[in-house]
Design a protein around this ligand. Structure first.
Ligand code: SAH
Length: 378
């Protein structure tokens, strides 16, 4: 039976105004509601003291404020915190907070699992279940905020959000855009557009659409300098090869003052980390306002790659810098609790039967109901 109560966390400002308009209420009600939910962390209509009792009762009869439940919290020796959040049907997703001197970054998931089969990513091994709703995406920020408020060293504040957790955010376009709108809304979390970053493996048509509706910071998982290797590492490259992807990146920053693309590049020993690759990378991106973030590969059980040596990473970075490319190396954080890039696994009730396919086992796929955007695009 479907839940008759609408979850208000599914609405960004526009959605919230439309919701109140249907109740015959003025747009300022949307502002009040956003403030209560996100700035005061209130999830009970009874606590909303600037709404009349009649209004609170009416809201409670038709709506709810429902966030994913935290079922596990782990803290790393370096202060990184990872939460496991439960969703219905036994699925669970992971969200990570990474404290640094000058900021606190929350890494949120956009899908349960991932339908892209990047060969070096642990989430890919889990298979795919479905897209997260807007409520489930922004609910991760809400839940992390609330959890950190009651923690002993509660100076931890979320100043940045990156959509770099489980899933491919651009394959869950509308829900991700609405959640990012809430992150940036002054009456909700009020983060600036430079502090909300979407990371994509390169869904070119969606990337082109993004520019029209949002102006968040963009990170692109490039990882290879030629199509042959990228086809293997990031198989969606077969559909949207490097040249198309880089053109879409150019378009995203075009006419936008100071906007830069961050190219993510995972360092895989002996695969993509040779000096020649660094030279090729610099040449590929020279016309695009950008910087490069080198990511030391984080291993996971059964991963077939090794991380490049520190020496190779430094050498790679030095070549980029010498070629005029700004390049940084991402510090590995939270690896003692499997919270580092590409290690997030959660609990995915796989609908793609990926493991069976990999192992060559035949299954009856008639009852696999995978109607999400990702199902179609692939
Ligand atoms: N699907 C999106 C966002 C999720 S992954 C994307 O592809 O961008 C966030 C980043 O971590 C991506 O750059 C991804 O390629 C990288 N990553 C995945 N697995 C990794 C691993 N095992 N070690 C290091 N980085 C990894």
């Amino acid at each position: 039976m479907s839940d008759p109560l609408v979850n208000l966390l599914n609405f960004d400002r526009q959605g919230m105004e439309a919701f109140f308009a249907e109740l015959g209420e003025k747009p300022f009600r949307a502002t009040q509601m956003l403030k209560w939910i996100y700035q005061f962390g209130v999830s009970d209509f009874n606590e909303m003291t600037n709404l009349s009792k009649a209004m609170r009762e009416k809201l409670a009869s038709m709506a709810k404020i429902s966030v994913p439940d935290i079922i596990e919290q782990q803290e790393s020796g370096d202060g990184t915190i990872k939460w496991l959040l439960s969703l219905e049907n036994g699925n669970a997703i992971e969200t990570v907070f990474i404290p640094e001197n000058d900021r606190g970054t929350l890494c949120v998931s956009s899908q349960i699992g991932c339908a892209l089969e990047c060969s070096f990513c642990s989430t890919a091994q889990q298979g795919f279940n479905r897209n997260l709703s807007t409520a489930e995406i922004i609910g991760q920020v809400w839940a992390a905020n609330q959890a950190m408020k009651v923690m002993p060293r509660n100076q931890r504040v979320i100043s940045n959000v990156v959509l770099m957790g489980m899933g491919e955010p651009l394959l869950n376009f509308n829900n991700v855009v609405a959640a990012m709108n809430i992150m940036m809304d002054d009456n909700a979390y009020g983060l600036s557009k430079r502090r909300v970053t979407i990371s994509t493996s390169g869904i070119v048509p969606a990337l082109e659409r993004l520019k029209a509706v949002s102006d968040v910071a963009l990170a692109v998982s490039l990882h290879a300098t030629n199509d042959e290797l990228r086809d293997e590492l990031v198989p969606i490259n077969k559909k949207y090869p490097i040249k198309q992807l880089l053109n879409a990146c150019k378009y995203y920053v075009k006419g936008e003052h100071k906007r830069k693309v961050t190219f993510e590049y995972v360092m895989l020993d002996g695969i993509n980390d040779k000096p020649q690759h660094a030279h090729e990378l610099a040449a590929l991106i020279k016309d695009i306002p950008s910087k490069v973030n080198l990511i030391p590969f984080n291993p996971f059980p059964d991963s077939r790659y090794q991380c490049s040596s520190n020496h190779s990473i430094e050498k790679f970075r030095a070549i980029l810098m010498k070629s005029g490319v700004i390049a940084t190396t991402r510090k590995t954080r939270g690896d003692d609790i499997d919270a580092a890039c590409g290690q997030l696994a959660g609990k995915v009730m796989d609908k793609t039967r990926r493991r069976f396919r990999r192992e060559g086992i035949k299954v009856n796929t008639n009852n696999i109901n995978n109607k999400s955007a990702s199902g179609r695009i692939l």
